[in-house]
Ligand binder design. Structure first.
Ligand SMILES: Cc1cc2nc3c(=O)[nH]c(=O)nc-3n(C[C@H](O)[C@H](O)[C@H](O)COP(=O)(O)OP(=O)(O)OC[C@H]3O[C@@H](n4cnc5c(N)ncnc54)[C@H](O)[C@@H]3O)c2cc1C
Length: 457
């Protein structure tokens, strides 16, 4: 007999259930994107794997929609649902480091901030997100792009094993040796296959990096983008970083008279020997006139939280679009130059992340993440404070996307896509799609886990 009522569920949990009649419900239903305003029937704050199994059982037996929340950053709002059940993993946030084996075990609700702090204490790191409040869960399951990707691969490439609660409520280990098909699918296939309660990662010796943001004159943006295109082809792999359209925020290192100007930023991260940093970054710095920069040695977690203040949880409306790019053509750069300078607010941006280097050494069918020949993953990230401005900001993203998508690959990175991108799922996975469908049929034939970029069984 499955769990049929909230009362039965409560009896089975070490964590708690928050329903609309409970104090704390307003807080419990919050997610990162302020545009998402959903009212779940129950938010299950899980404390252990058994709680996750019980909540899965309850949702399946009661035929309620089920959302999984790791860090809650899903822009389309996949981690909450009206009238359904939310499995909130934020209480399961421990990160344990084994410095001897150079591995870390993160619970399913850990954030990259907690992860980086824990591993940095041992001079170790792996690829994670560029904002510290993003969840390890959603980011890794979709692929995982960050400063270290060119050197050590995507986050999912560094996954050694995972513990997964599947649709029948069982907890399975997925690795190269156990449930290999599931392990293949969760490295890029998103939250389609189950709830990951723990991730085990390979770590690498990275403590201090040399880098930070520099801001170029808008008139030099074309030269910088063209220079970046050439530079990134054979830049040493310990170099990561990306250009970004950015209205200059009122930061102390930017001349006051330039605050509010639209500029082309470049955020650089050199994770190789510190004394080589200046030399490695020089060609970039020489690509245009630098208005301001804040470059130097810093702890790896510091760079990964340096922009947190621009993206406060729950305070911004979000609408994003994305594409993979194999070749950043002159025509594509012209499209960026037309739309980038129209970036409407200080929080909005466009990042052109490099995903060559180590990411290319993994075969296109070795994990679910298929775009192993794309050089860049572009995200057009609309983020703005006032809902009254929704129309104008969404239009900026859509116009930008309309101009650049035809000059890009068909697919995009699932973690950067919108809720209105469901018709692009097949393209995101190219040749891996059919196998994903097969594995979905095996582990989740009823599509219990459908609040994601959904692979239908
Ligand atoms: C400010 C910001 C910065 C970002 N920066 C980066 C970046 O640098 N690199 C990058 O690659 N991406 C980045 N992203 C995108 C990010 O990868 C996705 O938003 C991702 O889904 C966030 O994961 P989460 O756990 O925080 O989200 P959630 O909203 O909790 O979950 C997102 C999806 O993943 C599923 N999921 C989450 N955790 C689990 C779990 N433990 N088990 C099973 N399913 C789970 C959910 O069901 C949902 O479908 C960023 C997003 C934001 C908003």
């Amino acid at each position: 007999m499955g769990i049929r009522t909230i009362e039965q569920l409560r009896e089975r949990l070490r964590g708690e259930v928050v329903t609309p009649s409970d104090a704390g419900y307003e807080d419990a239903r919050q997610v990162y994107n302020a545009m998402i305003d959903r009212r779940p029937a129950a938010v299950v704050r899980c404390a252990e794997t058994g709680d996750v199994s019980a909540a899965v059982d309850f949702a399946r037996t009661s035929e309620l929609d089920l959302a999984i929340r790791g860090g809650g950053h899903s822009v389309p709002g996949f981690s909450t649902v009206d009238d359904g059940v939310v499995i909130d993993l934020s209480g399961m946030h421990d990160v344990l480091v084994d410095p001897e084996r150079r591995t870390a075990r993160a619970q399913g609700g850990a954030t990259w901030g907690a992860f980086n702090d824990a591993t940095h204490a041992h001079g170790l790191a792996t690829t994670g997100g560029v904002v510290s409040t993003t969840g390890v869960g959603g980011l890794t399951l979709g692929g995982g792009i960050g400063y270290l990707a060119r050197g050590v691969g995507l986050s999912c490439d560094n996954l050694i094993s995972a513990e997964v609660v599947t649709a029948d409520g069982q907890s399975l280990v997925a690795s190269d040796r156990e449930n290999e098909d599931l392990f293949w699918a969760i490295r890029g296939g998103g939250g389609n296959f189950g709830v990951v309660t723990a991730f085990e990662f390979q770590l690498h010796p990275v403590a201090e990096i040399y880098g930070g943001p520099m801001f170029f004159e808008l008139e030099d943006a074309g030269a910088v983008l063209r220079g970046y295109r050439e530079f990134i082809v054979d830049a040493p792999e310990a170099f990561g970083g990306f250009p970004a359209w950015q209205i200059a925020p009122p930061l102390p290192f930017i001349p006051e008279e330039r605050h509010g100007d639209t500029l082309l930023a470049f955020v650089a991260c050199w994770a190789g020997p510190a004394d080589e940093g200046e030399r490695i970054l020089k060609p970039l710095r020489d690509m245009g006139r630098v208005v301001a920069e804040h470059i130097g040695p810093m702890p790896y977690p510091a760079l990964n939280s340096a922009f947190d203040a621009l993206y406060p949880p729950g305070a911004l409306q979000h609408y994003w679009k994305a594409n993979f790019v194999s070749e950043l053509t002159d025509e594509a750069i012209e499209a960026h130059l037309e739309h980038g300078p129209k970036v409407p607010v200080v929080n909005s941006t466009v990042h052109i992340y490099p995903i060559n280097g180590a990411c290319h050494r993994v075969g296109p069918d070795a994990t679910a993440f298929a775009y192993r020949d794309a050089t860049f993953a572009t995200v057009i990230a609309g983020m703005w404070p006032d809902p009254a401005d929704n129309e104008a900001n969404i239009k900026w993203v859509q116009d930008y996307y309309a101009a650049t998508a035809p000059l890009s690959e068909e697919g995009g990175y699932v973690n950067f896509m919108s809720g209105d991108d469901q018709d692009r799922i097949r393209s995101n996975y190219k040749g891996n799609y059919e196998r994903l469908v097969e594995i979905k049929r095996k582990y989740d034939p009823g599509n219990l886990f459908h609040l994601n970029q959904n692979i239908q069984p």
